[in-house]
Write a protein that binds this ligand. Structure first.
Ligand code: PFF
Length: 470
């Protein structure tokens, strides 16, 4: 038996960087602009912000406080608060559901992050190709006529898909295996500031060479005719995914927070940074997309197909394209680290094993399920793991896992969390952890006990029965 040492962040800043790293990920850069693009821009952004403030933020605070109160993994932290509150351990199920969600998210997240890695490679080759041909600032992928094919070629090439997935998982595991301070915190301390610098630089680049005004109008002019119940539902689901709510990562990271750190302002910073990055990502991507007259509502191919086409004709496109994909890669890596850590922290406690064994063991299993996700892009595209269930009848393995997590696990975990914290958990324990008092505390309690349960129930119901919205 290995003694499990109590780990922790070395400072409040370290926690903020790691938690913002967990929150800011593919969801902000790949999904948010895509959703805003498909759902009419400004109106979606407004609803999104309302969801963040009224539902996401209180849930972030609730999750982090469960972790800090428990000082262990999500499952056991939830159990501790239930026990301390003298209520059934059933209320702690959100910890276990969250850990399962983290496990499943990482299986497909790593595959998508692998695509990003592939594009990093493509742009490195392109940049150095341009460099050696004496035109370092030429457009990206110069001379290539069929860029959209790059994505379809990648999806058809299993060796490439699996190699990228392998490299990405290897990196994630290697960092988590080094521990909270030496691995996770160190990675966040380097990657997140670099990420922010790149984000700001590419946005400024887009403002100068792209159609910035059009992007602003697109993202901020609300067109309420585009709003529907399903768009609102989509915005709320995205807000929760983007802030990493319901997936044990925040509870796990909360367990490492120093006692003197005030949790409410810290949760506010996480929510603010996550939303700010999502909006900035829109302001980074759309000026470039509009500059070459591409479709803002291209959907999931926006980043992997439209942008490489745009970079082809932009000044210094190969260089900026490279920076752009490095930026997404950093965002994806810090999120994957948090997903793996959520499961690893549990495994260390459950199996009383060393961190290294837990990280490589759990990471290895996630890697294998990820292989199935990667193969579902081609040779297993017809495999249906939940084919009997109407909403998943046409979904391949990767889409089924993504859908099951987003429609079932995350909302169920968030719902149990908010009801537990709002109604069942010991009020004094919760209130002391929040660092709130007076009107702010009352508002947090109101949102947690009333608004979140209703809103999250609606996501759950409409996600499972989409025909109700038709
Ligand atoms: N919030 C991340 C994103 O927006 O990409 C995804 C994520 C990370 C979800 C960690 C859940 C989690 F625990």
């Amino acid at each position: 038996m290995v003694a499990v040492k109590q780990e922790g962040w070395s400072s409040r800043t370290a926690f903020i960087l790691a938690a913002v790293g967990a929150a800011v990920g593919l969801g902000n850069i790949w999904r948010f602009p895509t959703l805003a693009g498909e759902n009419g821009g400004g109106a979606f952004v407004l609803i999104y912000i309302a969801c963040v403030v009224l539902i996401g933020l209180p849930l972030v605070l609730s999750e982090v406080l469960v972790g800090r109160n428990g000082r262990t993994d999500a499952y056991h932290s939830a159990e501790k608060l239930a026990t301390d509150s003298n209520v059934s351990k059933g209320w702690a199920s959100f910890g276990g559901i969250g850990i399962s969600a983290a496990f499943l998210i990482l299986t497909f997240y790593s595959v998508v992050a692998g695509w990003v890695l592939y594009y990093v490679g493509v742009f490195i080759g392109d940049f150095f190709g341009n460099l050696t041909s004496g035109a370092p600032f030429a457009g990206a992928l110069a001379g290539e006529t069929d860029i959209p094919k790059r994505m379809t070629d990648l999806f058809a090439n299993n060796t490439l898909l699996l190699s990228m997935h392998t490299i990405f998982m290897f990196l994630t595991i290697a960092i988590v295996a080094r521990g909270v301070t030496d691995g996770i915190e160190k990675a966040a301390t380097y990657l997140m500031p670099t990420f922010f610098v790149l984000l700001v630089c590419i946005t400024i680049y887009g403002a100068f060479v792209g159609e910035f005004g059009k992007a602003i109008a697109f993202l901020f002019t609300p067109d309420f005719s585009k709003l529907s119940a399903s768009v609102v539902n989509e915005a709320l689901g995205q807000a929760l995914f983007s802030m990493s709510v319901g997936s044990a990562a925040l509870i796990t990271y909360g367990a490492y927070v120093p006692n003197e750190t005030k949790l409410a302002p810290t949760a506010g910073m996480i929510a603010f940074a996550d939303t700010g990055v999502a909006i900035l990502a829109g302001l980074m991507i759309f000026p470039i997309v509009f500059a070459v007259g591409l479709d803002a509502a291209a959907g999931p191919t926006l980043v992997f197909q439209s942008l490489p086409i745009a970079f082809q004709t932009m000044p210094a496109g190969s260089f900026v394209g490279l920076l752009f994909f490095v930026l997404i890669f950093f965002a994806a890596l810090t999120s994957s680290i948090s997903l793996l850590e959520a499961v690893v922290a549990w495994a260390i406690k459950k199996f009383q094993c060393s961190r290294a064994i837990a990280a490589w063991g759990v990471g290895g299993v996630i890697f294998l399920v990820g292989v199935a996700c990667a193969l579902s892009l081609n040779i297993w595209s017809e495999v249906r793991i939940l084919g009997f269930w109407g909403i998943f009848a046409d979904a391949n393995i990767m889409d089924t896992i993504d859908g099951f997590v987003g429609k079932v696990l995350l909302p169920v975990a968030a719902l149990i969390t908010t009801i537990f914290i709002g109604w069942k958990a010991d009020k004094k324990l919760v209130d002391d952890q929040t660092s709130l008092s007076g009107g702010k505390l009352a508002f947090y309690r109101f949102l947690t006990a009333w608004i979140s349960p209703i809103a999250v129930s609606l996501i759950l119901i409409f996600g499972l029965f989409p025909s109700l919205l038709a």
